[in-house]
Design a binder for this molecule. Structure first.
Ligand SMILES: [Zn+2]
Length: 175
């Protein structure tokens, strides 16, 4: 009890801390291949249980959080985080970082392009509202609208690449 009080003193809010599901986005059901979510429930006695649930409603496989997380951490420590792999891990970390940086640069560039095309459309619209409605303003507006749609399309593609990279299909588990 004294230890707990000491812990809370140094880490206020520890008791209320949000639960961290280490395998969120990285664990897939070994039975149906669906993504698994962190989930908590309270028993009749008031005890809180933490699990990973299969998102497939027809499957609903459930794994105890502490059990599966310990298994994965142990296996990672035993087979992956060993001196023989350090060079390879460092290389891959750098490669992932560079790739993410490129995607971020690309996203920033799309955002700038989008803002620029929107600004031009606003200007053409102002001209039209002021009564300047010629074949040139019409075709210019059509061209700009097309440009805008293309940028949005490319932004969406770029975002889905980021999502795929952030949620690699790392772990499938059957028990
Ligand atoms: Zn499942």
């Amino acid at each position: 009890m004294q230890q707990r009080q000491l812990l809370n003193k140094h880490h206020p809010g520890t008791g209320k801390a949000k639960v961290n599901y280490l395998l969120s986005g990285k664990i897939f059901c070994g039975l149906c291949d669906s993504y698994m979510n962190g989930h908590s429930g309270t028993s009749k006695t008031g005890k809180i249980y933490y699990h990973y649930h299969c998102r497939n409603k027809d499957c609903r496989r459930m794994l105890r959080k502490d059990y599966i997380e310990k298994l994965v951490v142990d296996a990672t420590t035993q087979y992956i985080l060993i001196p023989n792999n350090f060079n390879e891990i460092a290389k891959r970390c750098i490669a992932i970082y560079k790739e993410e940086q490129q995607v971020e640069d690309k996203t920033n560039s799309f955002e700038q392009q989008f803002a620029a095309v929107k600004y031009k459309i606003d200007n053409v619209m102002k001209a039209i509202e002021a009564g300047i409605m010629t074949d040139t303003t019409k075709s210019r507006l059509t061209q700009l609208e097309n440009d805008k749609q293309n940028i949005v399309k490319e932004m969406k593609t770029s975002r889905s690449i980021i999502i795929c990279r952030n949620y690699p299909k790392n772990i499938s588990y059957i028990c």
